[in-house]
Design a protein. Structure first.
Lengths: 302, 418, 277
């Protein structure tokens, strides 16, 4: 018995030793600043001078701030739209490209390329494309004789968000595709062969075999999408800075404006900005937890 | 053995002497300067080199950052109490000054030096008798236009906004591929700069805007949700509906509109006195342009135009070398240094002397409008954001003038109340 | 006969669809590359294909922006960060997947939860902390920050890979007398190559493209990294689009090349090492 106990103990020690280096970095460079940020959210601070402790005042102000609610609403819409699109489409594409031949590999690699481009570049690039007068999109529509399809795109509150969602899809599609592709590798060919013998066609094979077997991967993809959707900043900032008139404002862009000023807001309100940051965190965590609860009967072990 | 000992002792004594000498010697002072004035990217190093060669005891190091990362860096530095000795506070002039981060120039510089500046520029940076920043360049706004297009279409320089609308109609009628006035409001600031002087145009009273922004006079009740503001907003709406601007104004970035102007796809362009140097750099060869005064609200009324400078310099109050920093500043403003720098960067000077010595025709013309200068930069809590967002909403057709005015006031009140 | 035709038609439809997606995916980038060779005034107005290809933009970027130095700095920061992240995350990922120890689940949950923290919020606190540690304006400080930032997701990925490797491998090694570390190092780790490649690719992309921390924590010009340097081409009043595109092309090529190389490894590893059933 003692031998087993000490074997267990040495296992514990080994486990801790293995995680300590990572935890060291994590605690110092992530946890500590985050705790500081929480403290900041409970104070008023201009970035210089004293930090004044005000308890939950920032949060109370948030609840009364119509811009915050608008940003939150935009975030939720963004999360739902991008999660659905950025899960289904890459999954379908991965299935289409599952065979390992040259053409498929070529497609897989090319679809990933947008993901490599930094948000700043992507945002600037697509802002150029969507430019209403001489941007690529309207020019092409014009040349194809589809003038009535021309829109103001990013300038039009109706279209600004859909454009941003599209660009987000464009950029991240390849990333999720690869994750699904890796997941598909784990599904043995025999399963498919058996199904073929039974007479199932592609669609049924997809719906009743592939999708269920991809469940764990899908869960991961959905969670990453949800978290990313609440945190989204760079892309929107580069394309519209949250405008026009808050049409594309999300929590992170509002945070940034409050902390650093888009061009100028007078006094920076770091405490308030930090409070918004904490709200982003809370919502992401909530959404992920809800998502996981729904999938409780799942193979992803914890 | 003995020899080794002797050598060791000698070395020790020598090192000791050197250390003492080093400790006793004067340490050179280093001053840092951070700005975002990219027009001065070539002029500043020259100024710094000249200074450094003449002043070995006070070394200056400067960096010019691009604006989109400058504010972030500055704020981080301020938070860490490590800001540069000389900085360009941009719109944080007031908050940094009142927060004690930058010095009050009234306490450090004498009347003689300060009187060299164009009067409005000093007022702009003064709060409660404290001067927190010195203007580096002055600025006015006007409407730049393509002379070839105007000649070809036989257009007259518009005197009032109504004239401008007529000119726009003519342009559209004669050539639908040319936009009368491409305007890029995607980043919100140009719309703000355009709209705010109009309030002064309506009332002929520049102090109204200052009061709206600062709310310092207890005797005077002002609100953004008032007649003059709504009138000014209505004017903007009239211009939008008169199809003066290119469509999709909120989706166009300023530089895209500018490109349209350069390429002859836009007849006019609203901009400030920083534009000539940009045109020099970027427009195609043979681009024939000039600039006319901002139109007036009605015939015979003053052509009020925005005249506040965004390029200004402050000194950190926490610097260990305030005296030296001020010396360098005075050097920068000395006529032999200041005027050539302005000429090289094609900037509008802020000192009376340099203004009088102006030779560049475009800048000279624009400088003559300084007398009709109206405020257009907001420093109050939440003011700028409120106006910028509302103007974007108005220009995009999402808000009526009344709604926009109400939104501005309620946004500001909400921020003040926080 | 009929069945064969049906399959062919389905395939064709599939490939047409894929081709359309391909065009939409690649075209903006092709446009960016074309723009990098154009004169700035031709970019918005004027034909798609430039009158003449000019290298001026590239010359401008290389000469005026000192992009070589930024490139070097970014390479150093990225390489060292990836190395550190891999070392600590592989170890930790293995532990979370294979070793039982008290608090394992709680700590792992904390790591996952940290993925929801938006970086804008920790920017100033991290800046202040680095300042106190005298790590401000240093590549070291940036590397440490990126490592801290990257471990959570990397551990998550590595753990997922390790989980798919059967416990039996470790257990039989231990029964045969190997130490825990040997079991890790000699037996299980070699099978995790695809996982390592995956983490490397993802971290490479995020660190190479990171802008906010790089712009805020690095102050001296000789230590600047690539993204802030390129972003400086986006001016307040005007943007040199041609040079911006040239800069973007320069910034993108290393990742593209690395990805193509690593991707082959990754696929090879997946299909060869995949354990079915």
């Amino acid at each position: 018995m003692r031998k087993r106990r000490s074997l267990e103990k040495s296992q514990h020690i080994f486990g801790y030793l293995m995680i300590i280096p990572a935890l060291l970095f994590f605690v110092i460079f992530v946890i500590y600043p985050s705790l500081d940020a929480i403290g900041l959210s409970l104070s008023f601070w201009h970035g210089y001078g004293e930090r004044v402790f005000v308890g939950l005042q920032n949060y109370i102000n948030l609840l009364h701030d119509p811009v915050f609610w608008l940003a939150l609403k935009n975030n939720i819409i963004f999360v739902i739209a991008t999660t659905i699109l950025q899960t289904l489409i890459p999954m379908v594409l991965a299935v289409m490209l599952v065979r390992n031949n040259f053409l498929n590999t070529f497609f897989r690699v090319s679809f990933f390329v947008p993901n490599i481009i930094s948000f700043i570049i992507t945002g600037s690039l697509w802002a150029m494309i969507f430019e209403p007068n001489f941007g690529l999109l309207n020019t092409i529509l014009q040349n194809l004789g589809l003038e009535t399809w021309k829109q103001l795109w990013l300038a039009d509150p109706k279209w600004a968000f859909p454009c941003i969602v599209f660009v987000s899809l464009w950029q991240s599609m390849g990333f999720y595709l690869i994750i699904f592709y890796a997941g598909l590798q784990r599904i043995p060919d025999e399963v498919y062969e058996a199904a073929s013998v039974d007479g199932a066609d592609s669609l049924r094979r997809f719906l009743f075999i592939t999708v269920p077997l991809l469940r764990p991967v899908t869960t991961v993809v959905v969670i990453i999408n949800v978290i990313g959707g609440f945190k989204v900043f760079d892309l929107i900032w580069a394309m519209t800075t949250g405008g026009p008139n808050h049409a594309t404002e999300v929590m992170a862009t509002y945070l940034y404006t409050l902390a650093f000023g888009s061009v100028g807001t007078g006094t920076p309100r770091m405490g308030y900005a930090a409070a918004i940051g904490i709200m982003i965190l809370i919502f992401s965590v909530l959404a992920s937890v809800i998502q996981l609860r729904i999938r409780e009967a799942d193979t992803l072990e914890y | 053995m003995a020899r080794k000992v002797k050598v060791t002792i000698a070395t020790l004594i020598l090192s000791g002497l050197l250390l003492v000498a080093a400790a006793g010697a004067q340490e050179a002072v280093t001053i840092t300067m951070w700005t975002w004035f990219d027009d001065f990217q070539t002029a500043f190093p020259k100024i710094v080199d000249k200074w450094n060669s003449e002043h070995p005891e006070i070394r200056v190091e400067q960096q010019v950052f691009s604006l989109n990362e400058y504010l972030q860096k500055l704020q981080a530095a301020v938070a860490g109490e490590s800001e540069p000795d000389i900085l360009a506070p941009h719109v944080m002039v007031r908050s940094l000054g009142e927060g004690g981060v930058t010095i009050d120039f009234n306490e450090w510089l004498d009347e003689e030096f300060l009187s060299r500046f164009a009067p409005g520029t000093i007022r702009q940076f003064t709060w409660d008798g404290h001067l927190y920043s010195l203007p580096w360049t002055a600025q006015t706004f006007g409407i730049f236009y393509n002379k070839d297009i105007f000649e070809k279409m036989g257009l007259n320089i518009p005197e009032t906004w109504d004239d401008l609308i007529e000119v726009s109609h003519t342009i559209r009628g004669m050539d639908s591929s040319i936009q009368p006035l491409p305007f890029g409001n995607r980043d919100k600031w140009l719309g703000c700069d355009f709209f705010l002087p109009l309030i002064t145009q309506v009332t002929d009273d520049p102090t109204l805007l200052i009061e709206l922004d600062r709310r310092t006079d207890p005797e005077r009740e002002v609100s953004w949700n008032s007649e003059p503001v709504i009138e000014a907003l209505k004017l903007v709406k009239k211009l939008v509906e008169g199809e003066v601007f290119a469509p999709g104004i909120n989706g166009i970035a300023n530089e895209q509109a500018l490109t349209m102007f350069y390429m002859g796809k836009g007849a006019m362009f609203y901009s400030g006195s920083w534009l000539p140097v940009t045109i020099d750099r970027e427009a195609p060869q043979g681009f024939n342009w000039d600039v006319f005064e901002t139109p007036a609200y009605a015939p015979g009324k003053r052509h009020w135009t925005g005249n506040e400078s965004g390029a200004n310099l402050a000194v950190s109050a926490r610097s260990k070398h305030i005296e030296e920093a001020l010396e360098f500043l005075k050097f920068m403003y000395s006529p032999e240094v200041y005027s050539p720098a302005m000429v090289e960067a094609r900037g509008m000077p802020a000192t009376m002397e340099a203004l009088q010595g102006l030779e560049d025709p475009a800048i000279k013309k624009m400088a003559s409008w300084l007398e009709d200068g109206a405020p257009h930069i907001l420093y109050g809590e939440g003011s700028w954001d409120a106006v910028a967002n509302a103007v974007q909403g108005l220009m995009g057709g999402q808000l009526t003038p009344e709604e926009a005015a109400a939104q501005i006031e309620s946004d500001v009140q909400r921020v003040i109340g926080r | 006969m009929n069945i064969k035709l049906k399959i062919k038609a389905g395939d064709i439809v599939r490939y047409i669809f894929l081709f359309i997606v391909f065009v939409v995916t690649i075209f903006p980038l092709v446009w960016m590359v074309i723009n990098s060779f154009k004169n700035r005034s031709e970019i918005f107005i004027g034909p798609l294909w430039p009158e003449k290809f000019m290298l001026d933009n590239y010359k401008f970027v290389i000469e005026n922006l000192d992009i070589g130095k930024s490139f070097m700095n970014t390479t150093i920061v990225t390489a060292v960060s990836i190395f550190l992240i891999l070392v600590v995350s592989v170890m930790a990922g293995y532990a979370f997947a294979k070793i039982k120890f008290p608090g394992r689940n709680a700590i792992f949950l904390a790591l996952i939860a940290s993925l929801t923290i938006p970086p804008q919020v920790t920017l100033i606190p991290l800046f202040l902390m680095l300042k106190e540690m005298s790590l401000l304006d240093s590549l070291t400080g940036l590397i440490a920050s990126y490592t801290g930032l990257g471990v959570a997701f990397s551990i998550f990925l590595m753990r997922a890979f390790f989980v798919t490797i059967p416990d039996a491998l470790r257990e039989s090694a231990i029964i045969d007398g190997a130490s825990e570390f040997t079991a890790f190092w000699k037996v299980v780790l070699p099978l995790a190559k695809p996982g390592i490649a995956t983490v490397a690719i993802f971290q490479f992309v995020s660190i190479w493209n990171e802008f906010m921390y790089a712009a805020t924590f690095i102050l001296s010009p000789e230590k600047r990294t690539l993204q802030p340097t390129i972003r400086s081409l986006v001016g307040r009043y005007s943007t040199d689009w041609g040079s911006l595109c040239a800069g973007m092309v320069i910034a993108v090529i290393p990742i593209l090349v690395t990805f193509i190389i690593l991707q082959k490894q990754f696929i090879k590893g997946l299909t060869a090492g995949a354990i079915k059933g």
